[in-house]
Design a protein around this ligand. Sequence first.
Ligand SMILES: Nc1ncnc2c1ncn2[C@@H]1O[C@H](COP(=O)(O)OP(=O)(O)O)[C@@H](O)[C@H]1O
Ligand SMILES: [Mg+2]
Length: 498
Amino acid sequence: MTVLEAADVHKRFGGVVALAGANLELAAGEVHVLIGANGCGKSTLCKIITGSVFADRGTIRLDGRAMRFRTPSEAARAGVGVFYQELSLIPQLTVAENLFLRRPPRSRAGLVDRRRLRREASRALERFAGAIGDIGPDHLVADLSADQRQVVEILKVLVDEPRVILFDEPTAALDNRQVEVFFDLVDALRREGRSIIFISHRMDEVFRIGDRVTVFRNGESVATMHIADTDKDEVVEKMLGTRIEAVERRRDAPKAADVAMRAEAIGGTHFDDVSFDLRRGEILGLGGLHGQGQSSLLRALFGADNAFSGSVAVGGEVYRPRGPRDAIRAGVAYVSGDRGRDGVFPVRPVFENFVAALLTRRRRARLDRRALSAEVGAVGDRLKLRAASLDALISELSGGNQQKVVIGRWLVNEPRILLLDDPTKGIDLNTKSDLYRILDELCMEGVSVVFYSSEERELLANADRIAVFNGGRVVDLLEGERVSELNLYRAAFAAEGH
Ligand SMILES: Nc1ncnc2c1ncn2[C@@H]1O[C@H](COP(=O)(O)OP(=O)(O)O)[C@@H](O)[C@H]1O
Ligand SMILES: [Mg+2]
């Protein structure tokens, strides 16, 4: 019996198509998993079902009746509860107050019954007993850790006793033990006859908990399968669609075996236990879903974040930058796709932008304009930089040409190691191919590159090897024949993060 149905749902945000024909049928008492790549519309569908986003087209039916909730509260009153990735707790209130924010227990006189509030909150917390430390109903949410808050958020959905529950990536911030408890909880909810939509990135969770799975791709639901009748490979194939095809590799793996940078079990803000050998003249790709620690690692290696734990050697010497200056002096360069943040000095001329890093490295070098101009001019030519002159303000250049200046800055500086943090974000195709060509040339000259890209195809086409990140760790290192889109997706969606 179908409890909830979404039929042919469409939604655009300005020019972005979030949903283009999404369908979903939730049966009574089932756990139905939604899976798909980042940005394929899963959260948007949840928000449409529960009334915080409105569809452009399509129908939502609850028990066969078309519904159009205007707010999540309205959905909650109809028995549809939702857990979102964005946390909604109020830090200044206690756990108990947050749990029962919508419907606090009241005395006959209509006042909030504090004793019952605390008692019922304690009962709700019991569900995670042993896995969330010693938090009680009177703790302020402000004092809780991220995982504890996420648990409270989950419990907050449950206090309304919803018949239909949408969990949008509820396990993202939980540790192993909490995930186990959560799965036990979901099992219990299913036994009670509740119907659950569960969104996850993690393939093992799909198979651990789901009855059926619906795969989304680019805003469309492309397949619904019984978990018992499918396997991980089939699910991954559906997520990729016809995109599984060999990507032409642009370069041959480097011949040199000497190590330019060696990282041993390093950890930082969003990554842990990362080890790799970066060979001379190679491009080591960092793959995986967005935000799995790749950028954080690159920034830490450049000394731009908190210090990392573990050890790194550059050219055989201990490397422990206390800031970007140390990195630059060790011949390590960093380019991010976020030019506004750490790329350019917008109101300075192209020339100054070019030599900025150089001056950090050659501390005593005077700004000998004529000598430097020749160097800068040569690099500009090599990059096919299109600027009126070296005195033009960089802000007058196109985004692609600005990015060339940012890269050119490091070429002037002759780095040994280039850290690229999604460097082609938002630039045109011509500039992209200029950059790929330059990367090739740099590698030929013995420069080593660590390259994170949010575009899988760019990574597959340019990297010699790919370290796939998942939950802050490297879960697979693709080399040789194993460098493929399929393997990249398999590892990116696998479960090792937990
Ligand atoms: N409020 C919004 N404004 C503009 N674009 C949005 C908004 N919400 C989502 N999108 C875009 O819609 C697409 C689908 O997003 P989302 O539903 O969050 O995907 P998923 O949950 O599958 O990762 C993405 O391209 C996202 O950037
Ligand atoms: Mg989402």
